[in-house]
Design a protein around this ligand. Structure first.
Ligand SMILES: NC(=O)c1ccc[n+]([C@@H]2O[C@H](COP(=O)([O-])OP(=O)(O)OC[C@H]3O[C@@H](n4cnc5c(N)ncnc54)[C@H](OP(=O)(O)O)[C@@H]3O)[C@@H](O)[C@H]2O)c1
Length: 390
């Protein structure tokens, strides 16, 4: 199809990979031309390699495509990556070095200083960080990440509040769906009729990513939002949709006490992407459900084609200032849809026209290599004044 960007999916057979295929099926700007997964799948027709888990049919054209080895040779220039973090850590830089735009879902490089962690509605300006990557200068390629699936819903609800009133403290408890653990994920014998009050590294990711996303781009790095945050993460027997109970202490930006109506107005007026007409962007990014028993995963996760987050139960908090519930679809808004929206924004900015730069004379001091970044994120990062393991 002329004028469409050819797209590749790394980790195409997994939960998030399947969502990419579903969401890109009729996309006006992007067309899937390459699918890759592990050695277990490569060489097989996709329909045979993948155990299709979604409730829309696997497109025939995709079912017939052969799964390629996960190597840059022969891959298109725009790659959606849905790999486990340990594999992504090794593989994503190889694609960026080979001149690809790698739009990643994994946590491997989210907290790296020169890799943008972006939700288009929240911090599109952080995309500037791709210019700080060595691969960008050498081959034109780069890496962009979207946050953890539980972080996205939280930050979408917090941003309009932070912008208008300021936020000093955040207390969040999640009830996360089983699809967030990939396929086959949590054994049914562990999760049916049960709650598991532990998801490895999830609380640390939520805390660090939230402050980076709400942070300020200062030249070539992000200064995290100077707020305190604590997260409790639980796995529950829900198929799709992460629900979160949130309490917040507000800052003093507003100049007068903040009312319930002020917060509702901040959410309903929050439409930063409206002028851009990005195909994946929801019309109303934060929807408010006025019923006292909403949002609920089964009833609300597909609002805005899975790209809107739903807030509800807004009420005063006796410990902090306000509390509410927020829900988001973890494999759409929280993963594949988020990455597609990032790619749409990159296309609008002309950053998917990937040609190796002509001028390679940039000074060495200004080059921050992916390798350097990899070294940094193995250690500790200072976030909001706290030392946090990444
Ligand atoms: N599920 C969610 O809600 C969600 C939300 C946000 C972010 N994420 C992140 O997105 C990433 C993917 O998650 P998922 O839930 O889709 O996982 P998943 O269902 O376990 O899928 C993993 C994919 O990676 C492929 N893979 C495994 N080893 C490989 C290798 N050595 N080389 C190339 N490909 C390999 C698998 O291929 P085979 O089928 O051949 O093994 C499969 O396609 C993870 O980093 C996850 O944390 C997930």
């Amino acid at each position: 199809m002329p004028n469409k960007h050819p797209i590749g999916i790394l980790g195409a057979t997994g939960m998030v990979g399947q969502r990419f295929i579903q969401l890109l099926e009729h996309h006006p700007w992007f067309e899937i031309t390459w699918l890759a997964a592990s050695d277990r799948s490569s060489g097989k027709p996709y329909g045979e390699a993948a155990k299709w888990r979604l409730d829309t049919p696997l497109p025939e054209r995709i079912a017939r495509m052969t799964v390629s080895p996960a190597e840059p040779a022969g891959a298109p220039k725009v790659i959606f990556a849905a790999l486990d973090a340990a594999i992504a850590r090794e593989m994503e830089p190889k694609f960026a070095d080979a001149g690809c735009a790698v739009v990643s879902n994994s946590s491997a490089y989210r907290m790296a200083p020169n890799v943008p962690l972006v939700i288009p509605e929240i911090n599109a300006d952080h995309l500037h960080l791709i210019e700080e990557q060595l691969s960008r200068r050498e081959s034109g390629g780069y890496m962009v990440t979207n946050p953890n699936c539980s972080t996205i819903g939280l930050v979408m609800a917090l941003k309009p509040i932070e912008e208008r009133f300021g936020i000093e403290q955040i207390f969040v408890t999640t009830m996360q769906a089983v699809s967030g653990a990939g396929y086959p994920g949590v054994p049914s014998m562990d999760i049916l009729g049960n709650v598991i009050p532990y998801i490895g590294s999830e609380e640390e990711k939520m805390e660090a990513e939230t402050l980076k996303l709400l942070g300020r781009l200062d030249g070539n790095h992000v200064t995290p939002l100077p707020a305190k945050i604590t997260a409790h993460c639980n796995r529950v027997a829900v198929e799709d949709g992460h629900t979160e109970s949130v309490s917040i202490k507000l800052g003093n930006k507003f100049g007068r006490p903040v009312t319930r109506e002020d917060i509702l107005a901040a959410w309903s007026e929050f439409k930063p992407l409206k002028p851009l007409h990005l195909p994946m962007a929801p019309e109303q990014p934060v929807e408010f459900a006025p019923q006292q028993d909403r949002p609920q995963p089964r009833l609300d996760r597909n609002r805005g084609r899975g790209m809107a987050v739903t807030a509800g139960r807004l009420r005063p908090c006796n410990v902090l200032d306000w509390k509410f519930t927020v829900l988001s679809h973890n494999t759409i808004r929280g993963a594949a849809g988020a990455a597609i929206l990032n790619a749409e924004l990159l296309r609008n900015l002309g950053k998917l026209d990937l040609e190796p730069p002509q001028d390679k004379s940039g000074s060495l001091e200004s080059k921050k290599t992916i390798e350097t970044v990899g070294g940094v994120i193995e250690g500790v990062l200072s976030v909001g004044g706290n030392l946090i393991l990444s």
